[in-house]
Design a binder for this molecule. Structure first.
Ligand SMILES: Cc1cc2nc3c(=O)[nH]c(=O)nc-3n(C[C@H](O)[C@H](O)[C@H](O)COP(=O)(O)O)c2cc1C
Length: 181
């Protein structure tokens, strides 16, 4: 098989988002891979807009990137105990594109947040949001980076061996799932 195509989705739009760092570290730990980062800066979902003009180009592009990827990694911040609105909005838009690009897709989720739980609850809400789309979600290890702004160096590299080890295992499991076909 040629290089796997991996798509990263960060639920935070900040340039230096720790969730952006997470998906980049995950891609590094996945190994030799063709990596693409999605842009989740989509318009807010509005059914009137959809009825009048269909899904925007940015949504069609995102759905196409998901479809073309061998695997997707998603990292969510925790906003008031849930996944971010940015990420939920993107999932809602993509859910309107047919055929569903998520079916059978190997997907690994993770979180990074300021709080002590590292966005555990956000991650749980992300898994619930993904369930209707029927991806092949990798179950554990749960990677939830607490106090996330202190866990990366100036280049965005994870500095904590414990998180690096858990993320390595998660990426190994994702690779195995892709190779299972
Ligand atoms: C609106 C808002 C709500 C937040 N709620 C939580 C929360 O419930 N739990 C938590 O651990 N951090 C919370 N935070 C802090 C984020 O975890 C922190 O800003 C984190 O760095 C966001 O991820 P990022 O670095 O990828 O942008 C919140 C931040 C914002 C802006």
């Amino acid at each position: 098989m040629s290089k796997h195509r991996l798509l990263g989705m960060s639920g935070s739009l900040r340039k230096d988002a720790t969730n952006r760092f997470m998906i980049r570290n995950a891609a590094r730990l996945y190994g030799d891979v063709e990596y693409t980062e999605a842009d989740l800066n989509l318009p807010l979902f509005n059914e009137d807009e959809e009825t009048a003009n269909g899904a925007p180009e940015s949504t069609i592009l995102l759905a196409g990137q998901i479809r073309a990827a061998d695997a997707v990694i998603i990292s969510t911040p925790e906003y008031n105990k849930m996944l971010s609105g940015v990420l939920k909005n993107a999932l809602d838009w993509v859910s309107r594109v047919k055929p569903n690009p998520w079916v059978g897709k190997p997907v690994a989720v993770m979180s990074a947040a300021a709080g002590r739980a590292g966005g555990d609850r956000a991650q749980t809400s992300l898994v619930s949001s993904m369930t209707p789309f029927q991806p092949r979600l990798i179950i554990g290890p749960e990677v939830s980076v607490a106090g996330s702004r202190k866990e990366f160096d100036a280049d965005g590299q994870l500095t904590n061996d414990r998180y690096e080890a858990a993320l390595t295992t998660l990426m190994e499991k994702l690779r195995v799932e892709v190779e299972r076909g």
